[in-house]
Design a protein around this ligand. Structure first.
Ligand code: GLY
Length: 370
């Protein structure tokens, strides 16, 4: 059932291994990267309680020793104080230039530890072991690392590709259904942006993916990672095509800011609603058929996901303030908001040519039904 996706980046190419029970096999899979049988692992409290012993056993089985730093769980950890603590711990552990650092956790840990590895001794290698669906299909692949600044999310960081990613699909069984479905928002995004067949497969098999069918989970993660790997290989540093991965994200970032980055709206939930809005906007601009946004929303609804603005609990600001929040998105270039729109399901493209009034009217109508 195991799959391997190669991220093709010349001498920085690496494999993403996908399948069940990879923690148990971690030692054998990481050993070829090591100059000495020792790794430094950084994780968070929640993940440590669930998976750190399994990782230790997997490493020990191949004669690899492990030391571990456990940070608090949550977005607040992606900050200077925890970054400083991590770098200093890695130095105290005497991690050398040829050693390997392991990030065991979700997107917060992967981004923070990847950034620490990027700057430690001017760059050491690291292995991502993503433990959430969102991290497996998105943040662990592609080398974006970093922390948040008081001025905004992910504003401090570096491109630093991992040397290996181990996406153990068994660990997804410990996620809450809400967190799992939030990650599924990013899975659907891949079908919507570039693969109609995959979207159609998800329409049929999404409930199997959600209910824990391992073969379905492996297939969904593998196709998502393959699509991300292809895009990253074409455009590692986001000069063009990589922006396609931000389908739904311009709306999402405004909604996350409007809800204070709280658990009123998880990132992947915002992506799902954002994808529905991006298709609505595309349809109103005459780019795709009117059926497409309905079909997107029907699938999200069937999966039990947030689909409309009405599904976000509490008050939302009006359409104008939401568009203003979009204008603060870091993807703005020369004051021009870039959108990912679609000519149909699986046919997304990047454009800066979107009239503000069209965005306003989509949001006004969406808020009216909220
Ligand atoms: N999560 C978007 C990217 O990696 O480019």
């Amino acid at each position: 059932m195991h799959q391997t996706v190669n991220v093709e980046l010349g001498e920085r190419s690496y494999d993403v291994e996908i399948g069940p029970d990879l923690l148990a096999q971690s030692g054998a899979r990481i050993a070829p990267l090591l100059h000495r049988p020792k790794v430094a692992v950084v994780t968070d409290e929640n993940v440590a309680a669930l998976h750190l012993d399994a990782l230790r056993d997997g490493l020990n089985a191949a004669g690899i020793e492990m030391s571990a730093l456990t940070l608090p769980a949550g977005e607040a950890t992606k900050s200077w104080p925890h970054f400083e603590r991590t770098v200093e711990w890695l130095l105290a552990e005497k991690v050398e230039r040829r050693d390997v650092v392991v990030a065991l956790g979700g997107g917060v840990i992967g981004d923070l530890v990847g950034f620490a590895a990027a700057v430690l001794r001017r760059g050491v290698r690291f292995v991502q072991i993503p433990t959430s669906l969102l991290a497996q299909v998105d943040s662990s692949v592609g080398g974006k690392t970093g922390i948040n600044a008081p001025q905004g999310k992910n504003l401090i960081g570096a491109f630093h590709q991992p040397s290996l990613v181990l996406a153990d699909t068994s660990v997804l069984g410990t996620m809450s259904q809400r967190d799992f479905l939030s990650g599924y928002g990013e899975v659907v995004k891949y079908g919507l942006l570039g693969d109609l067949d995959f979207f159609e497969w998800l329409e049929i098999n999404g409930s199997a993916v959600s209910s824990g069918d391992m073969a379905a989970r492996v297939r969904a993660v593998t196709r998502s990672v393959q699509m991300k790997a292809d895009i990253v290989a074409r455009d590692e540093t986001e000069q063009g095509d990589r922006a396609l991965l931000n389908l739904g994200h311009t709306f999402c970032h405004a909604l996350e800011a409007a809800t204070g980055y709280s658990d009123r709206l998880l990132h992947g939930e915002g992506v799902a609603i954002g994808c529905a809005l991006a298709f609505e906007l595309s349809s109103r601009l005459g780019l795709c058929s009117q059926e497409d946004p309905s079909r997107v929303r029907a699938h999200l609804r069937e999966m039990g996901m947030k689909t409309d603005l009405a599904d976000i609990p509490g008050e939302l600001p009006g359409a104008e303030p939401l568009v203003d929040l979009m204008s603060q998105d870091k993807k703005v270039v020369d004051g021009q908001l870039r959108f990912i729109l679609a000519r149909g399901i699986g046919q997304a493209f990047v454009t800066a040519d979107v009239p503000r009034d069209a965005v306003l009217s989509v949001l006004e109508d969406a808020l009216e039904t909220a």
